[in-house]
Design a protein around this ligand. Structure first.
Ligand SMILES: NC(=O)c1ccccc1
Length: 511
């Protein structure tokens, strides 16, 4: 038998485990079961003694430093650290910021959460390796919301992130720091993550380009998950061209991620960008406008953006998709129960799939169990709902919502059979004030969730969806969201590039 640190549980320990499983056992039964576990524990010790099977860290780096004061005016950086990639490649000369839910080996990561503080990853996410292999320079980790669970920028443990367009206002979330550092002109490109809108929401509030790619197009390996069927990562950039360029580098299977079910070659998105949009058919989705929380100026600017697309030669028609109005409701059971079971009770990685499990992260993340009072109000509220529904209703509503996703997907696909793209506002509003210190639990939760009715449905249905800045409402950016057919990012870029080059979006104003 190999040496190992795992020992056979004591009879008392086993009796407790049996009790937790609702099994009553006599002493004799228990003793026999205990003896029969000797082989099993030996197998566990074999596994325990083997070195883990992890991707190699290819490029040298140092841990970096926490910037302060004038070096971090928006609280957007968690760590600044310079990691040089290959001497040549598509990203040579490009500085890239990485959201702090993405593992960069040797550089501290806390994913916005006090309970994870002190963690240092031992591997690079696939997207990090791809950026470095392509010659990019990673310049740091950006602050994100507490375990990425908010659409605002007020729940991160380090500090709330400010909007570079106006101090004291939300940068959007959960990829808030990525939005802010790109908008401030500190980097041309950044990585974000999106389970309910967390790439597109900060892109909209900050006035930058943010693409949530088709689910699985970009490998999520080495990134802290929330829920397998909602997890996305993708590019947030100052220009459409850089967005397409970064996606070219990021996309494609890595053999480590069960979210990736297409092995199709990755197109050269930049080659699909040109050519304009004459004759392109765009459906303006009626239900994306006029939410109870919608601001008039926000919706006006997006309708004017649709007129501009028409002016550029597209056929833009208003279309009703009644199910879109229910999309966020269908998203909620998947997000609440899925996040509670996978991200929290499942130690981030859950079970029942093959691929890369980041054990160091799994171990460090377990600290939340003894410290649940430190979790953000938004995550607490989500877990109260998720745990209640899983334990009192058998996960029935998670299951039903996953079935209803197919109906929702078909509703969009039916329109996408007649049109090239869907268009609507990314968010119901421009950036709002950050909650004041000591704000009520109610306000904190409301600000985190009021933003997502248009973005979250496409995290469920997996369509590619991008926020494009289309004007300033009272001086704050507003985003137009374009959504395409599965793996049709190229067409979104073509429309975005036409819109971008047609006019300086900052000259389009409303109040
Ligand atoms: N990570 C997300 O996209 C998210 C956004 C808003 C609320 C919860 C999660």
């Amino acid at each position: 038998m190999p040496l190992g640190t795992l020992r056979l549980p004591t009879t008392d320990e086993l009796r407790k485990v049996a009790g937790e499983l609702g099994m009553t056992m006599s002493d004799d039964e228990l003793a026999q079961h205990r003896a029969c576990l000797e082989g099993g524990i030996a197998a566990y010790n074999i596994v325990d003694q083997m070195t883990d099977e992890l991707p190699e860290v290819k490029w040298p780096r140092t841990p970096g430093r926490r910037p302060a004061g004038a070096d971090n005016p928006y609280n957007a950086w968690y760590v600044k650290s310079t990691i040089e990639g290959a001497p040549t490649g598509k990203l040579r000369g490009k500085k890239v910021a990485v959201k702090d839910n993405i593992c960069v080996a040797g550089v501290p990561m806390m994913n916005g959460a006090s309970t994870l503080e002190g963690y240092v990853p031992d591997l690079d996410a696939t997207v990090v390796t791809r950026i470095l292999d392509a010659g990019g320079t990673i310049v740091g980790k950006t602050v994100c919301e507490y375990f990425c669970f908010s659409g605002g920028s007020h729940t991160s443990a380090p500090a709330p992130v400010h909007n570079p367009h106006r101090m004291g206002y939300s940068a959007g979330g959960s990829s808030s720091g990525s939005g802010a550092v790109v908008a401030a002109g500190e980097v041309p490109m950044a990585l974000g993550g999106d389970q309910g809108g967390s790439i597109r929401m900060p892109s909209s509030f900050c006035g930058i380009y943010g693409m949530k790619p088709t689910h699985g197009l970009v490998p999520y390996s080495g990134i802290m998950p929330i829920e397998l069927t909602l997890d996305h990562t993708g590019p947030m950039t100052a220009t459409v061209e850089d967005n397409a360029l970064l996606l070219e580098v990021l996309a494609g299977p890595d053999g480590l991620d069960p979210r990736q079910y297409s092995t199709a070659p990755v197109p050269a998105y930049r080659d699909q960008m040109g050519g304009g949009i004459k004759g392109m058919r765009i459906a303006l989705v009626k239900e994306g406008f006029g939410h109870p929380q919608s601001q008039e100026a926000n919706d006006v600017l997006v309708r004017e953006a649709a007129d501009r697309l028409r002016g550029l030669g597209a056929v833009v028609e208003e279309v009703s998709i009644p199910l879109h109005a229910l999309g966020a409701a269908i998203w909620l059971p998947v997000a609440a129960e899925g996040a509670t079971v996978q991200m929290m009770h499942g130690n981030g990685f859950g079970f029942n799939w093959q691929g890369l499990y980041v054990n160091s992260l799994l171990d460090a993340h377990s600290a939340w169990r003894g410290r649940a009072d430190e979790l953000s109000e938004t995550l607490k509220n989500t877990m109260l709902l998720g745990h209640y529904m899983v334990t009192r209703h058998r996960g029935h509503y998670y299951a039903k919502a996953q079935n209803l996703v197919r109906r929702l997907r078909k509703a969009y696909d039916d329109v996408l059979a007649q049109y090239d793209l869907l268009a609507m506002p990314t968010l119901p509003m421009a950036a709002t004030k950050l909650p004041a210190p000591g704000a009520s639990t109610t306000e904190i939760i409301q600000k985190a969730f009021e933003v997502l009715p248009n973005t979250a449905p496409f995290d469920c249905t997996h369509h590619p969806s991008m926020s494009i800045p289309c004007g300033l409402a009272d001086g704050l950016p507003v985003g137009l969201m374009l959504t395409g057919k599965m793996y049709d990012e190229g067409r979104i870029y073509r429309a975005a590039a036409a819109f971008e080059s047609g006019v300086d979006w900052k000259s389009l104003t409303a109040s």
